[in-house]
Design a protein around this ligand. Sequence first.
Ligand code: SF4
Length: 393
Amino acid sequence: MSSPTPQLQDSLLGSALAAGIGAQAEKVLAGQRLSREDGLALYACDDIHLVGGLANFVRERMHGDKAFFNVNQHINYTNICNKLCRFCAFQRLPGQEDAYVMSPEEIGAKIREQLDEPVTEVHMVAGVYPKLSYEYYLDILRAAKDARPGIHIKAFTMVELMQIAVRAKKPLKEVLPELIEAGLGSCPGGGAEVFADRVHLEGYHLKNTGDEWIETARTVHEAGLKSNATMLHGHIETAEERVDHLDRLRRLQDETGGLQCYIPLSFHPENTEWTHLPGPTGLEELREIALGRLMLDNVPHIKAYWIMLGIPMAQLALSYGANDVDGTVVEERIYHDAGATTPQAVERAELLRWIRDAGRIPVERDTLYNVLWSEDAEAQASCSTDAEATTAS
Ligand code: SF4
């Protein structure tokens, strides 16, 4: 793969003019921000490969051929949840046969199982179970840190944080320093769904609204924590609602700069209340990756989450705007309960193999995108002392 050239720009512009998205292509090539109307035009364009080509242009302008990954471990500490989201296959009610809550000791033991692996991040998300005490949340962070002191803990989606503040009986901005003290290093991006009130009412009315998600993320960023952001697409949402979602994320990022990465999440219908919906096709998944890259000009990274997309699609996505593939992921449950047939983990060597096979240069990162290792000389040179320290665990 090569860096963007003038010939490539001419070719993209010519194709875009023919496809009716010349104005949007001109803005993309000039590095100008796309409007909401531009986003709608790109959703309406029949030529997904052209839209993907424009996103790839931006991706290579920002990151060259680098494809980021990390060595991480997922822990879903409970599947009990009272939010009853209609698209969710993971939730269980208390007393159901396969409902579970992991104790802090069990979480520590899970992390110790991986001590021989060069894991730099533990990703902890779960359902909202009101019986869990505030102390429980502090304890699971401490247990993870005790098990592996050098680990970065990326934990708690916005709805979990709202619940933790309820249990703490104080505002989130007073809770966050205590979570940080216990070991919280950053927050994931899940649970944003689609911000539109119509989708919220139809699909997940017991959970936070879009406005509440944005407000919670703003509080997280103001506390000095980075987070990611997602959109769950491919169910009942419209193109207008997707553009609105992306625009609201972009405005949040203009304000706080706290978003590291955007991750489009594909709706998996199996075992949900929405089994009658077909879910997104592969090309629709690629379009979401591309639109994320094109609309979110202020978010540095776009992730192709291989657990959900599958490895072949994630490889393709690396040429449709994505520059990150998540990590090795040990024992993912949320998407597998919804029928994902991908493996639950992949070896580091295997990740490297398929990133290279996609024509990209693997760059191992930590959670905060410090470069830990790369075959790319420039990226390797940027490895910081801090980042090296992060790997010592
Ligand atoms: S998506 Fe999250 S909040 Fe909604 S029901 Fe599932 S676990 Fe609960």
